[in-house]
Design a protein around this ligand. Structure first.
Ligand SMILES: [Zn+2]
Length: 148
């Protein structure tokens, strides 16, 4: 993301975010300095109260810092949002590409804002977090062919 696209992070969110960083383990040991702005960009349609409450709940229940999708889920059902979530991934940022029911699935990272956060995590972190086998492919959504 270049600087022109980034959205100013409100101080309330920066506080909630850094509090959650202190109270959980960050996958890979440290966060990208841009992470707070990325999370804000992906979560800004969620009311601040819901973000703060869910951050407290996540800090109590989770070992690891949440992905955007986990945080969004913890914040509750979709809120009447200024912008509708991405229709491709429903705001989750990732789409599972399943071929046959018993085969391992691949993971496509959506091209929308919610996917931006996943692009910053190393593949190994995503595999561990999403229980992906080593044979699963992780790539941007446009790298996958549409099934004919
Ligand atoms: Zn999407």
């Amino acid at each position: 993301m270049n600087a022109a696209e980034s959205v100013p992070v409100p101080p309330e969110f920066a506080k909630v975010f850094s509090r959650l960083v202190r109270r959980t383990q960050v996958p890979g040991g440290r966060l990208d300095p841009q992470a707070c702005a990325d999370y804000w960009t992906a979560l800004r349609d969620v009311p601040m109260d819901a973000l703060a409450e869910s951050a407290d709940a996540l800090a109590r229940s989770e070992v690891f810092f949440p992905t955007v999708a986990e945080w969004r889920r913890a914040a509750g059902p979709p809120h009447a949002a200024a912008g509708a979530p991405c229709p491709t991934c429903a705001g989750q940022g990732v789409v599972r590409i399943a071929y046959k029911s018993l085969e391992p699935f691949d993971l496509a990272i959506c091209l929308c804002r919610a996917g931006d956060v996943y692009r910053r995590f190393p593949d190994a972190v995503l595999r561990a977090r999403l229980a992906l086998g080593p044979e699963a492919r992780i790539a941007d959504l446009d790298a996958f062919e549409d099934p004919a």
